[in-house]
Ligand binder design. Structure first.
Ligand code: RAT
Ligand code: ZN
Length: 434
């Protein structure tokens, strides 16, 4: 294959990145079998887990945090905000962040991109027309349209053992919940490691005979619980989110739960474990989901875990910018560690660019550059559009430097690398054919 010229490299990378299918490694999206509140032909389920449409897009917790700042001068408080109906909340956010102010933030720009790509006008003064349009779509066709527009092939769910609403659905009838191959399942169980004291009564109520001191018998019961749920939901990996204060090793029951119950069960079932570290929950409880913040994690704890469990595959994302270099260096030391995504407060183009550039320079193509963390279906459109542009720019620069250094850069090389970064690395780690 002929060597590409510098300008042809840029074009080839942009095209390959914009056309590549994505496996989104971590989302909070669900197929319609989990219930949904709106849409043509839908039996409205107000507690349904599939969130989509204009009201959900606007009441995303990133935008709640922003309206609480923007409208504080008008006397808006979190209590007043949450006392409004969802429609009123969305109207308020639209007026304050999009009509009376310029939607300059990344989360606001995301709504603009999303509406435009759906063929809707982001310059409307009210939401009436948008609401009518969404109400006319069925969730199934909206999923197909969104995945097509976003270029996303596979949307990994988050299936939380400690979410009562979701757990009841799985207990009632698991088959339809795992029937759509575009939505693989993930078993998530933060409280086992972060809040053992409160996990104990929950596990007991579900029929697992555990105790606070975590006796040998209790460890067996945690293992039994995890195995039951792995059988029930068929996850592609297990996952937990941990606070910045989390440390390993430790005698803490949560850490014992991890090393004596969770990791052995992962090993038995051949499942990777994802660790999302660095969130301090509810620094501002009144803001609810918009009230969590970031703290620096202890990367040495991750290194020691990777060292002590060399057969276990760990996928790690850290919330603090300051942790990113140490994580990439740690991944150079431990082949069983794969960094993934630019999470939550890092999911901004300037930070994605810095982190992706650094990971590429330190790790080559052996990481997962991004996940969306979408909570609302159509967010896939903007999160992947915005991230793809950054990833293409970073990759383009690296190929240009390689070409200047004397390497023959070809189309097939670019396609191979882009496929790995956006799909293949996830598929390989989760052992699905690419
Ligand atoms: O990114 C987010 O939207 C957070 O609220 C959380 O979902 C976080 O990603 C998590 O999975 O705990
Ligand atoms: Zn998440």
């Amino acid at each position: 294959m002929p060597a590409l010229t510098p300008s042809a490299i840029t074009t080839a990378v942009e095209q390959a990145v914009s056309e590549a299918s994505v496996w989104d490694f971590h989302t909070h999206l669900y197929p319609p079998a989990f219930g949904t509140a709106i849409g043509r032909g839908v039996t409205a389920d107000p507690q349904g887990l599939l969130l989509w449409g204009i009201d959900e897009l606007l009441t995303y917790h990133y935008l709640i945090a922003e309206v609480l700042r923007e409208a504080a001068g008008d006397g808006l408080t979190a209590e007043r905000y949450y006392a409004l109906s969802k429609t009123e909340q969305a109207d308020l956010i639209w007026r304050k962040l999009f009509v009376e102010a310029t939607p300059l933030s990344e989360a606001c720009r995301g709504v603009v991109t999303t509406l435009t790509k759906l063929g809707l006008d982001p310059n409307e003064a009210t939401l009436d027309g948008h609401r009518r349009w969404f109400a006319e779509q069925s969730p199934e066709e909206q999923i197909d349209r969104t995945l097509e527009l976003a270029g996303v092939d596979t949307v990994t769910m988050t299936n939380d053992l400690f979410d009562d609403n979701e757990r009841q659905r799985w207990l009632a009838d698991p088959a339809p919940l795992r029937a759509d191959p575009r939505f693989p399942t993930v078993l998530r169980f933060d409280a086992l490691v972060t809040d053992w004291e409160h996990a104990v009564p929950r596990l007991k109520a579900w029929g697992y005979d555990v105790d606070r001191p975590l006796s040998a018998a209790a460890i067996d019961e945690v293992r039994r619980c995890l195995s039951d749920w792995i059988t029930r939901i068929g996850p592609v990996y297990c996952a937990m989110s941990l606070p910045p204060t989390w440390r390993y090793p430790s005698d803490d029951p949560g850490v014992r739960c991890l090393t004596e119950a969770i990791l052995p069960v992962c090993a038995e079932h051949g499942l990777p474990l994802a660790l999302m570290i660095g969130v301090t929950r509810q620094i501002n409880p009144a803001a609810r989901l918009a009230g969590d913040t970031v703290g620096s994690a202890d990367v040495e704890s991750i290194a020691l875990l990777c060292r002590d469990f060399p057969e276990q595959r760990f996928l790690v994302t850290l919330l603090s910018l300051e942790n990113q270099h140490e994580l990439a260096v740690t991944a150079r030391k431990f082949a069983n560690l794969t960094p993934f995504g630019c999470w939550w407060f890092l999911n901004n183009p300037s930070l994605i660019e810095e982190i992706t550039r650094m990971r590429l320079e330190l790790l080559g193509p052996t990481f997962i550059p991004q996940h969306s963390d979408c909570r609302v279906l159509e967010q896939l459109i903007y999160k992947w559009d915005h991230s793809r542009r950054v990833i293409a720019a970073v990759l383009g620069d690296q190929y240009a430097k390689l070409a200047a250094a004397g390497l023959v850069v070809t189309d097939s090389m670019i396609e191979r690398d882009v496929q790995r970064l956006l799909y293949g690395n996830v598929a390989g780690l989760l052992q699905k054919d690419t």
